[in-house]
Design a protein around this ligand. Structure first.
Ligand code: IPD
Ligand code: CA
Ligand code: CA
Length: 258
């Protein structure tokens, strides 16, 4: 039932996103002039929460717009009702709904649905990662210099050593292609599908990465923080790769690669 509820929620939210992407909707601003939320983010969240609550009224929920709905449960649903809101608000079809499920602090299932591209990614711990029902795998690339990477930038710029622009310019100066799609959940799924060899970002929240990081692991990749430690979605740094370029990409990020 857990998996069918997950699929039902991700499908319903995906349908809503697709119906409303080119329409009219109200917009509010969160912290910072470009961190916005649309009425569709909120409608998607309400729809997902209704579906979960119907089947699992006592499960814990963490969702981007509403925050934490604390319950005494070993299950926690982690929801991004629209990942890639700026894209959504501009009619750019690179946005999705992302839902992860944790049991006793371990991510056990995830779904990421981008209905505009008709791409439904689903993963379950120890069972693999799937795109529209077909198993996916990370790429075989072994060197960062020959990789195709993807990253994202936070809404509020982080002026820190080895910050987003430092790492970006380090890679770009060497001619390494680094894309920026604007949806961390899609970035992670595209690493899982072998389209990108690696993804890194400096400031994510748990709802951005919950489903996607399990997707990468289950597709044979590695996900860590910037120090190479086991990944937790409750800290900001992420490096997710095919595994083969992982240690080298960590060195590019910390500027110890030469
Ligand atoms: C954002 C996207 C973006 C990433 C930002 C996130 P949102 O999520 O995932 O790719 O660079 O850090 O906040 O705001 O569109 O849900
Ligand atoms: Ca997000
Ligand atoms: Ca969001």
């Amino acid at each position: 039932m857990l998996k069918s509820t997950l699929i039902k929620a991700a499908e319903a939210a995906g349908k809503l996103i697709q119906e409303r992407i080119n329409g009219k909707f109200s917009i509010e601003f969160k912290d910072g002039p470009n961190n916005l939320v649309t009425e569709v983010d909120k409608a998607s969240e309400a729809l997902i929460m209704d579906i979960i609550r119907k089947d699992f009224p006592d499960h814990y929920i963490l969702s981007e717009e509403i925050g934490e709905v604390k319950m005494d449960s070993s299950y926690k649903w982690i929801i991004d009702p629209i990942d890639g809101t700026i894209n959504f608000a501009n009619g750019i079809p690179l946005c999705c709904v992302s839902i992860g499920i944790e049991k006793d602090g371990v991510m056990i299932m995830g779904a990421v649905n981008n209905p505009m591209l008709n791409e439904f990614f689903l993963t379950e711990k120890s069972q693999g990662a799937f795109l529209n029902g077909h198993r996916i795998q990370v790429s075989e690339q072994k060197q960062v210099k020959h990789s195709c990477l993807v990253t994202g930038f936070p809404y509020t710029y982080l002026d820190v050593p080895n910050g987003p622009l430092d790492v970006f310019s380090r890679l770009i100066r060497e001619g390494v292609p680094v894309r920026r799609l604007g949806s961390a959940a899609i970035d992670l799924c595209w690493v899982a599908a072998g389209r990108f060899d690696g993804f890194y970002e400096h400031k994510l929240n748990a709802w951005d990465s919950a489903a996607g990081f399990l997707m990468v692991q289950e597709a044979g990749g590695i996900v860590t923080d910037f120090k190479g430690h086991e990944y937790s979605p409750y800290q900001p740094h992420i490096v997710a790769t095919n595994g083969k370029i992982h240690d080298e990409l960590l060195r590019w990020i910390s500027n110890t690669h030469q």
